[in-house]
Design a binder for this molecule. Sequence first.
Ligand code: PAD
Ligand code: ZN
Length: 367
Amino acid sequence: MKAKAAILFTVGQKLDIREVEVEPPRSGEVMIRMAAAGICHSDLHVMTGHLVAQLPAILGHEGSGIVAEVGPGVTNVKPGDQVIRLWRLSCGICEYCSNGRPALCAEGLQIRMTGRLLDGTTRFKLDGMEIKHFAGVSSFSEYSVIPAKAVVKIPDDFPLDKATLLGCGVITGVGAVFNAARVKPGSSVAVFGSGGVGINVIQGAAIAGAEKIIAVDLLPNKLQFAKQFGATHTINAKEMNPVEVIRSLTGGRGVDYAFEVIGLPATIRQAYDCLCRRGIAVVVGVTPMTTEVSVPIMTLVFEERALTGSIYGSSRPQIDIPMLINLYRAGKLKLDELLTGRYPLSQINEAYEALERGEGLRSIATF
Ligand code: PAD
Ligand code: ZN
């Protein structure tokens, strides 16, 4: 089967739209006809070399579509089902899966590091050349093949464009609040970075019943969005020192929870510095893999502050995605307002340029 797809051949280049050959799904795999794919900063990190991936690869790790074909042994979905694709495969039986932390499963890491599916091969070819699967998803392709365990079936009447956003931005942001930090009602929260993922930390904190939600960004439009999604206070870090303002907004105490959703050592340190005693800082943003951050032992030990990370919202997608769908249907989770841009696959580079300029919140590529 032929499909148009956006390929990254070399770090620093734009995505190239090419027609690739997609092989049928093998045992335990499904082929998806993509409906939409999300424009997330993590793909941009791959294009700039901040995040390492095997190339050439079809990028994209947020996406939704319809099952076109299933390989032998697949029982959880059938052709015609609407699905969301997960960028972290999990085996379901290892220590981490059993403990409710499937994003830490080694099976998913294997696909992420090799760019090949579990049998060690790829389903994409371009003129006979092997093309890798980014994050095992490669959502920037009209058709792609993925392990059946890495899809979540969603209701037939759920709009696929909105569903796309659940697959990374929403589950990562809301999940960091619900699963990693476990934000309590009445607590105070600071969020560094109000982009596509950070805005979901903000709305997650609002759903969790936080009393103060302080959004930090450099762009006035993002801070405007932050208010719309539940921020009670906003700070433009270009104009003032966010740590000082957060301390003064909390009467000198500091916040219970701080989230870093940018991916910079300086803002990770700011998130830690604005905590109260026993406060928790959760890093969601991705920095280059060799980056290190230091914090003073004085506050780590004597104030029992915590610094931790959250991958894929520390979520259990088969439980959390249906929960997010229910929250949307109950009018509590904003998805309509989150989707601020649509680009045909042919204009995917323009979508990434708009992301770099800081326009909108979350965009999708459509097929
Ligand atoms: P985005 O570009 O939509 O948002 C980033 C935001 O940070 C923008 O609004 C910027 O204006 C703002 N910003 C940049 N520098 C600063 C600064 N110094 N101070 C305050 N604000 C600043 O990106 P995104 O929301 O798609 O992704 C955010 C990060 O999260 C990125 O590093 C991405 O790779 C990471 C991510 N992590 C996971 C995970 O599982 N941990 C999943 C998905 C994305
Ligand atoms: Zn993402």
